[in-house]
Design a protein around this ligand. Structure first.
Ligand SMILES: NC(=O)c1ccc[n+]([C@@H]2O[C@H](COP(=O)([O-])OP(=O)(O)OC[C@H]3O[C@@H](n4cnc5c(N)ncnc54)[C@H](O)[C@@H]3O)[C@@H](O)[C@H]2O)c1
Length: 255
């Protein structure tokens, strides 16, 4: 098998539709020689149906990333399909409606806690659950949305992403000794299910269309997926705690 990820065994979370960033990652990874195991949350039969649309139908393991029993059992479930992991993709985010769309001042701690548990703490939880299957050279990759500034409607999800960006650096610190890297891809706005749940998401779409120096395609997940593949590959062997922007250059340009 040839390709950027030839022979690599990957665990990919976060597929729910074929517009999911994780779906593009899984598809491209298979096309580039990787063996892919998916995890699915909630509507498992839907994830299984989507998994069949990949070039190679991929097995799906149930995983609610906030569920300690499922996290504890993840390693054994993965071993039913592959004998180890070279890479793990965290493509998971969720915040209750009160946390998004301008309600920053009113969201309750319970709702904010849910957003942080699913979107931030889970990055560490997933990595630790997968760690026994990983060896030096392995990589963890997650998806963020630029958390260096406050966005009009992103609210507590922005706080969760700021935490994720920090958590990735701490994971880099704590997994470095084992030769395992942790990096994030900071993607521009893409029309996925998660994006549709953000009231006012079109504000991002308009801003990107106007300002991204390279332009921006709201329905093309492949650029973000390609960056994930690069970070999972052997071509960033000395890069960890990094955030690679895949946003048409938006983050680099002032208003
Ligand atoms: N779409 C965008 O504009 C955009 C931009 C930058 C970053 N991101 C990030 O990309 C990642 C993937 O999102 P997407 O845009 O592909 O949307 P998506 O809706 O396709 O994927 C989100 C995934 O999170 C999963 N999930 C939610 N709660 C979970 C839980 N408790 N346990 C396990 N999985 C759970 C869902 O099942 C879903 O598969 C997220 O971290 C998101 O914040 C998205």
């Amino acid at each position: 098998m040839s390709g950027l990820l030839a022979g690599k065994r990957l665990l990919v979370t976060g597929v729910i539709t074929d517009a999911s960033i994780a779906f593009s990652v899984a598809k491209l990874a298979q096309e580039n020689g990787a063996q892919v195991v998916l995890t699915g949350y909630g509507r498992l039969s839907l994830v299984e149906r989507i998994a069949k649309r990949l070039p190679e139908p991929a097995p799906v393991i149930e995983l609610d990333v906030t569920n300690p029993e499922q996290l504890a059992g993840l390693g054994d479930k993965v071993r039913e399909h592959v004998d180890g992991l070279d890479g793990v993709v965290h493509s998971i985010g969720f915040a209750p409606q009160s946390c998004l769309g301008g309600g920053f001042l009113d969201a309750s701690w319970e709702d904010v806690a849910t957003a942080l548990h699913v979107s931030t703490y889970s990055y560490k939880s997933l990595a630790v659950a997968a760690l026994p299957l990983m060896s030096p050279g392995g990589a963890v990759v997650g998806l963020t949305f630029d958390a260096t500034q406050a966005w009009p409607v992103y609210d507590w999800m922005g706080v969760a992403k700021a935490g994720l960006e920090s958590a990735s650096r701490y994971l880099a610190l704590h997994l470095g000794k084992q030769g395992i890297r942790s990096n994030l891809v900071s993607a521009g706005p893409l029309r996925t299910m998660a994006a549709k749940s953000i009231p006012g998401f079109e504000q991002f779409e308009d801003a990107w269309s106007e300002r991204a120096p390279l332009g921006w395609n709201l329905t093309d997940q492949e650029p973000a997926a390609r960056a994930c593949l690069a970070l999972l590959s052997d071509w960033f062997p000395a890069t960890t705690g990094e955030i690679v922007h895949v946003d048409g250059g938006y983050h680099a340009i002032g208003a």
